[in-house]
Design a protein around this ligand. Structure first.
Ligand SMILES: [Fe+2]
Length: 369
């Protein structure tokens, strides 16, 4: 038996005793085999070290690793397995959880002392460290999609929206300073949800009219929390306007395009994309092509035309050359994105035939594989 810090844990190791959170909730049984997900959960609950079984080099370690799915050995590893098998994915998970904890602490501090200066420089440095683990924008999006585990907290959502907004800022050729402001807009956009009781926020059933009326006030609550802070006005406006829509159909004020802050228009897109591609109690996470279809169905006129078109075009292009699963159960490779119909690219089937999905309205991409 030996004690290892979380950063040294690896999938396949075996814990010797049950592990509990600070509040006494059991998260692992004795003799559990660690997986990427369970190591992530340990760091999420701020467990610093764990007792694991010592294994000799020739003996039982092989036995343990053989019992868990090993993406590198599987004959057909899924896209998600390939991403999670990357050596730096574990580092990303740990940094991601650390940042979520920093966001939580910062929100609590702001709520306690609403007019004290906050250290956004330090927060942005931690954020940059997380981004720097990702080699490319595609890599960042892949890691973001694969961090959809059991943390659907407000803090994780704020972090995801900040990551996506920063990517959009890059695609829009924003300056580094503008991208930092945009990142902070994402990090703080849902701070108002901390004013809503958890039992309403996490309710698995449909909201009552009264509950929905309260939820729709969270942009206003957020603005009130941030109002006195010495931070860029665009960050406060993003909290207030991120549910407003360019056609006037949003809330809480039903503003029209000209009255909605520009950066809030970007946060709105990142917010909807993150919600769509995250798992919900009533559905599995949607794949990027389904998310694009959702935007189109919802109505592109609700968003800034310049931002939404760039975003959807770039997201779709990200998955060129990827293997995908179709709704008829067949798999294919995306060979060319159709810029006039992003959810209907040209695909190459496994028998080598090429299909223009525009001519097959019944065909849909349901998963990146
Ligand atoms: Fe929100």
């Amino acid at each position: 038996m030996k004690i290892l810090p979380i950063k040294d844990l690896r999938p396949g190791m075996v814990v010797t005793e049950p592990i509990y959170t600070n509040s006494g909730q059991k998260i692992l049984d004795a003799d559990s085999i660690l997986t990427s997900e369970s190591i992530y959960r340990l760091s999420f609950y701020s467990i610093h070290s764990v007792n694991v079984k010592e294994v000799d080099n020739e003996g039982s370690s092989e036995q343990y690793t053989a019992m868990i799915p090993n993406p590198s050995r599987a004959s057909n590893p899924s896209y998600s397995q390939k991403v999670k098998a990357q050596p730096e994915f574990m580092t990303y998970q740990i940094e991601y959880v650390k940042l979520i904890n920093s966001i939580r602490e910062l929100f609590e501090k702001i709520i306690r002392h609403p007019d004290s200066p906050i250290d956004t420089k330090h927060l942005l440095e931690d954020f940059s460290s997380l981004v720097s683990i990702c080699r490319t924008t595609v890599d960042l999006l892949d890691k973001l999609h694969n961090m959809r585990l059991d943390d659907d907290s407000v803090y994780a959502h704020c972090l995801n929206v900040a990551l996506l907004s920063r990517v959009i800022g890059k695609w829009l050729r924003f300056t580094p300073e503008e991208r930092n402001v945009l990142t902070l807009c994402g990090l703080f956009h849902d701070i108002g949800k901390t004013s809503i009781p958890d039992e309403i926020l996490n309710k698995p059933d449909k909201y009552t009219e009264e509950e929905f009326t309260l939820i729709k006030q969270h942009p206003l609550f957020g603005y009130k929390i941030l109002k006195k802070l010495p931070i860029d006005e665009r960050i406060k406006k993003a909290a207030l306007h991120h549910h407003e829509r360019y056609d006037g159909s949003g809330y809480p004020q039903g503003l029209q395009a000209a009255d909605i802050d520009d950066y809030a228009g970007i946060i709105a897109i990142a917010d909807v994309y993150d919600a769509t591609t995250s798992a919900r109690s009533y559905r599995s996470p949607l794949c990027p092509f389904q998310a694009i279809a959702m935007f189109e169905k919802d109505g592109l006129q609700k968003y800034s035309p310049q931002y939404i078109l760039t975003f959807l075009d770039r997201i779709a292009s990200t998955y060129q050359n990827n293997r995908v699963l179709l709704n008829n159960g067949q798999s294919a490779t995306v060979v060319m994105i159709n810029s006039s119909h992003l959810t209907k690219p040209m695909i190459q089937m496994d028998d080598g035939s090429v299909i223009d999905m525009q001519k097959k309205p019944e065909l849909e991409i349901v998963k990146i594989i």
